[in-house]
Design a protein around this ligand. Sequence first.
Ligand code: ADP
Ligand code: MG
Length: 677
Amino acid sequence: MASLFETPIGALRGVGEKRAKLFEKLGAPTAGDLLRTYPRGYEDLSHPIPIRSAVPGEPCAVRAVVVRGPAAVRTHGGIMLTRASADDGETVFPVSFFNNPYVANTLREGEEYIFYGKVTTNFLKREMVVPEYFPAAACPAIRPVYHTTQGLTNNMIGQAVRQALALLPAVVRDPIPDRLRGERGLMPLYQALHEIHFPSSMEQLEAARQRLIFEELLVLQAGLLLIGSRKRGETQLVAPRDYTDEFWDLLPFSPTRAQRRAVREAADDMARGTPMNRLIQGDVGSGKTAVAAALCWQAARNGLQAALMAPTELLARQHFETLSALFAGTDAEPVLLTGSTPKRERRDILAALEDGTALVAVGTHALLSEEVEFSRLGLAVTDEQHRFGVAQRAALAAKGGAPHLLVMSATPIPRTLALMIYGDLDLSVLDELPPGRTPVLTYAIPSDKRERAFGFLRRHAAEGRQCYIVCPMIDEGDDDRASVTQYAARLREGSLRGLSIGELHGRMKPAEKEDVMRRFAAGAIDVLVSTTVVEVGVDVPNAAVMMIENAERYGLSQLHQLRGRVGRGKAQSYCILVTDAQNGEALARMKVLCATNDGFRVADEDLRLRGPGDFFGSRQHGLPQLRIADMNENLALLREAQDAARSILRLDPTLSLPSHRGLRGQIHLMFQHSAAN
Ligand code: ADP
Ligand code: MG
């Protein structure tokens, strides 16, 4: 099976370069991925019924002989209508097709077919409009229905899958160890892959599904345990002396009780010989950066290196500046490493990290690149951890001997889920905001009140306050530049004429972004028009209004994150959600935001409105995407899979036994694909 993941999809017959691109788009760049791209549904052709018993509007299969062959006519509207008559033994009924010249060649008088589609009634007469049809003699019992894309039909996918199946060796290495599979009475992988794509019966299909679901959950849980298992090891990298009070003296404000507590808990962990594995959950604005800085200081003063990794360049730079200011003139002065660090500077930084002269490194996932070597990495911090894949987190941890690991997140996850996802991660909660904050007032308005909102922005700008506007996206594509530029241009000429309006979008070079943010932070820009790039972590305390266009397009947690960009200073701040949405779910989201500023409540509501399955689907957690298991339906099974994974790893902690090779290979595949974004 493993080698099929090295067989490019283009190696299959009938898959040329162009079609290969389409398969890639569907998530199947290799034959192996294709086999793991399961159908989204099935058409059951195994139990045809007479058309008289069909429920109108619901798809069904009807077996019938064509009694009058297809004839084509052109309608007044210019559509080619092809009609034939079929007899199911009880009823003679019409079947019709539009603009389909192939019907005339493939539907033959006197032959028997299975017609599949919806039955409609027309003046008490039943008919089938654009059904699919298969010669009865050669009709599959159950037909897979795949997600398709323009230019790639269901049949093309089915044919490619058949070929990929034919490439499967008869004995495939099974990710579920034989013993476990026997105990649970699960279908072998080879058979399951055949049955999931081309089921021989509904019963076999169900058995295949159950097996593949269990497999996926087992691989997920075993992978997570494997990543987390380092906790049981030991580390020489201890920070026994307490320098936290020294750090609080460096800080320009006094820490909240919650910050003190979190730092205390983590510093205690770091003083021990077992590596820390701690999650800091704190709502937006709760001051996670200061906690991270305190622990970097604690590491550095104990002679250990610390790395702080952020998901975006913008955020990495901001952290770098914060830490630079705090640690100026000390050994702990940080270095910054990102994708756009110039070559020469980069070389110097790499050398300083390798020989240990640089104690604190701030950066993006550039820190993970292979050339980066630390001399004594004692602490690895990832900020906004939900933006990273678990695998990336593990990669940072793997940079040193066994560094202490701290992950910080503003996305509160309900405890039960957190335990299932992170297993043995310890938790510190920042449940307190720094003093002097006034809660952000949130309002939802329809778009015809937008002009009034602009007036509101003007008044704030006149008082020296600043505003963000998250502008609507022109299309869902990745070109957000046009959206921002056009929107800003309209404001400059129209409602916000005379104000200084800045732009921020994903297509800008890091240096340009940085320049805009610096000018915004310095107050030279009144209104910053941007896309959701301002979502994570950006910190400008003087900003007092956040206006979000098309607010219905964003999830609750994302809106809460965006709102968190304001309300960071002393002034009363506002969040204006512009939406014309009418549907209940979107309105419910707006209502939650208007009612509370509490991120934990927002997260709970989010989970309640969307369900855990959706929560998993949205990848907020940085976990690999699941292909067949569903967290809504399979929660109980997840627990069983976790138990099974535990016993496997107890027996064979590194999965090196031959019987576990299949599992290890599949973990590798799953987590390799899990890199964030
Ligand atoms: P987040 O938890 O969202 O990452 P930040 O670390 O960006 O929050 O902190 C938000 C703002 O609050 C920053 O401007 C920071 O300087 C300020 N801040 C953090 N802790 C305190 C504190 N104890 N007292 C006053 N201001 C604080
Ligand atoms: Mg932050």
